[in-house]
Design a protein around this ligand. Structure first.
Ligand SMILES: [Fe+2]
Length: 310
């Protein structure tokens, strides 16, 4: 079974354009074979692999499983008549490769999420719960930057959301946290953690809707978003607070019109927790999809799939 999200791969027409965007976003870039990989500062784990190609497209998602986890997974895939295939890209890591029902490539490797060496951010004071006592939240005159700590999740498009959810839950073992049938679903690891590590949203064809990175606090969401906007990148949606997952968010468009999200304060659901997904009924549609609040309504193109179908 899948334990965690490791990284994603994207085919892009220019590695250098990608490097410029993600360095402005707060990531570190390094060459890997013919590709460019992006990592969070202070964390030894690839988060995005940019692969040069003719047009931008979602290449693959890589998940981690525990030591010895591949053999039982292979058995589940065989039972579902899913073929294990050769790696479709020249990458320096192992694991198994297969395609989900949308044809999107999935890699699963025996690997775990790396720890961050960055210091935790300041405690938050809220009514009746004062946790930062006798110290400032930040030193006066501080110049702060957004420092993404980890890739938290991705949302991919699918022409058949329910079929994709059936695959990622019944075959790969993820659990549904919130869902609107045929429209969108948010899925988490069965071993506990973030409200969602993978989401699937309806479109006529596959593609990447967004990737999302956790930052240290609410300030970093806006400091990061404002730096990207000042550099000329296009706004996506935000600032706001989501319904599903409860996280604060701000999305910016990457140079190829995918969204990249900063998030902070997402719901965490432990392994074995009682958790009832919302959105099972049509009248819960708005409750699942609407933000608690946002700076402005979501633009119409927020849900548009900018990737060209094959
Ligand atoms: Fe997100």
């Amino acid at each position: 079974m899948i334990r965690n999200l490791q990284h994603i791969g994207l085919v892009v027409p220019s590695l250098e354009v990608g490097r410029a965007f993600y360095e402005c976003f707060g990531m570190e870039a390094r060459a890997s074979r013919r590709d460019l990989v992006l990592r969070c500062v202070g964390r030894e784990q690839d988060q995005i692999r940019l692969i040069e190609g003719q047009k931008k497209r979602f290449a693959y998602v890589s998940f981690g499983t525990h030591q010895g986890g591949l053999e039982p997974l292979k058995a589940r895939l065989a039972k579902a008549s899913v073929e294990i295939k050769d790696a479709p890209f020249d990458v320096p890591f192992g694991g198994i490769w297969f395609q989900d029902p949308d044809g999107d490539w999935v890699n699963v490797q025996e690997a775990e999420a790396a720890e961050s060496t960055l210091a935790p951010t300041a405690e938050i004071n809220s009514p009746h719960r004062h946790r930062r006592i006798g110290t400032r939240a930040f030193e006066l005159g501080t110049v702060k930057k957004a420092q993404p700590r980890r890739l938290g999740h991705l949302i991919k498009f699918s022409p058949d959301v329910d079929r994709a959810v059936d695959f990622y839950t019944n075959v790969l073992g993820l659990l549904v946290s919130d869902r609107v049938p045929d429209i969108i679903a948010f899925m988490r690891s069965p071993f506990g953690g973030d409200h969602h590590i993978l989401g699937v949203a309806k479109s006529s064809h596959t593609g990447l809707h967004h990737v999302s990175f956790e930052v240290g606090d609410l300030d970093e969401i806006e400091i990061g978003a404002q730096a990207l906007l000042a550099a000329g990148y296009k706004d996506g949606f935000g600032l706001g607070r989501h319904g599903p997952g409860s996280n604060y968010f701000h999305y910016i468009r990457d140079p190829w019109n995918s969204l990249v999200e900063y998030f902070w304060d997402i719901d965490v659901i432990p392994e074995g927790a009682e958790w009832t997904p919302s959105g099972g009924e049509p009248n819960e549609f708005a409750a699942v999809l609407n933000a608690l609040w946002s700076h402005a309504p979501a633009p119409e193109e927020f849900v548009r799939n900018f990737e060209e179908p094959d």
